[in-house]
Design a binder for this molecule. Structure first.
Ligand code: ADE
Length: 232
């Protein structure tokens, strides 16, 4: 079963409206919606903001039979060429706010875990194809940096770019990645740029949310069509 997670209501409401045969499964803190999108059986959910919510939601999804996970949402652009509306498909994900350096670990490394979690090559390829169908936007294949921080400064952007080579900043993806990696479940994170993580970030973020939510919906539906198509 394919699972689709968005962090916020705006990110899943367009997809939820199209879910057929909807059944709601309620758990402490999370509701999962089971049904069919374009004929494909899915679990769809709003995962909430931040890494803890993302990890919890992913765990529930896996216990309910998710075998592939797509995370869709917005991000702050870090790569200098990214503009609002552009799309990033994750190559791999890091947790930029983890700091166990006093014990000799690199910044971003959770002891005992990978320094970065690679996304599934097939889901990445399908996401890239679907994203390239969105008109008028740049599509980047790049690293996604997650942390429990909304980045809204030039210094913050610079740090993520120089230290991690991140394409964009968000608050959930690497937590989804960490849980999926532990379970051996393929995943990909797709992020539409809602701001460029600088001083204007909080204004841009609100203004462009409806546009990027539409892009996200288009990419997910493009992925569903490709994933449902019989292999040739
Ligand atoms: N999500 C959207 N914009 C973001 C930003 N600037 N920082 C972190 N998460 C975000």
């Amino acid at each position: 079963m394919l699972a689709i997670i968005g962090a916020m209501d705006e990110e899943i409401e367009l997809l939820l409206a199209d879910l057929r045969g909807r059944e709601d499964l309620t758990f402490p803190g999370v509701t999962l919606h089971r049904g069919a999108l374009d004929g494909v059986p899915v679990l769809l959910t709003r995962g909430g903001i931040g890494k803890v919510n993302a990890a919890m939601t992913t765990t529930y999804l896996l216990t309910q039979g998710a075998t592939r996970v797509i995370f869709t949402g917005v991000a702050g652009g870090v790569h200098p060429e990214l503009r609002v509306g552009d799309i990033v498909v994750s190559t791999d994900l890091v947790q930029h706010d983890v700091d166990v350096t006093p014990l000799g670990y690199e910044v971003g490394t959770v002891p005992g875990e990978l320094p970065a979690w690679p996304a599934d090559p097939h889901l990445r390829a399908v996401a890239l194809e679907a994203a390239r169908d969105v008109e008028g936007v740049r599509v980047l294949d790049g690293r996604v940096a997650s942390g429990d921080q909304f980045i809204a400064s030039r210094e913050g952007v610079q740090r993520l770019w120089t230290r991690f080579g991140a394409a964009c900043a968000e608050m959930e993806g690497a937590a989804v990645a960490q849980v999926c990696a532990k379970a051996g479940v393929p995943f990909v994170v797709i992020r539409s740029v809602s701001d460029t993580a600088d001083h204007d970030a909080k204004v841009d973020y609100r203004e462009f949310m409806p546009l990027v939510a539409r892009h996200a919906k288009q990419v997910v539906r493009g992925m569903l069509a490709r994933l449902a198509a019989p292999a040739v």
